[in-house]
Design a protein around this ligand. Structure first.
Ligand SMILES: [Zn+2]
Length: 95
């Protein structure tokens, strides 16, 4: 089992941020994407806080069942956010 920083966040912060995201996600890909973005922003904050060189960010494609993670450094993440570009796992940008 692989423990990611997102999981680490959930462990250290309990249920915070999870909210009602479990419902209706399957029917709303935009909600799915924003949930991934929110999680990725949290991952970035953690990476930054721990001065980590890299982490695993969630793929932000519109496949509701997607659980792919994309290895990336914090600076690469910032660069994508600056351009407002989503994070995609390999091949998922065509989904
Ligand atoms: Zn994906």
């Amino acid at each position: 089992m692989q423990l990611t920083l997102v999981d680490l966040f959930d462990l250290t912060h309990g249920q915070s941020g999870r909210g009602q995201e479990g419902e209706a996600v399957e029917a709303d890909s935009h909600k799915q994407q924003s949930a991934s973005r929110t999680a990725n922003d949290r991952t970035y904050d953690l990476l930054w806080a721990f001065a980590a060189e890299g982490g695993a960010f969630l793929c932000e494609c519109d496949r509701t069942s997607c659980t792919e993670r994309v290895p990336m450094t914090p600076s690469e993440y910032v660069r994508l956010r600056d351009r407002d570009e989503p994070i995609y796992a390999s091949g998922h940008e065509l989904a």
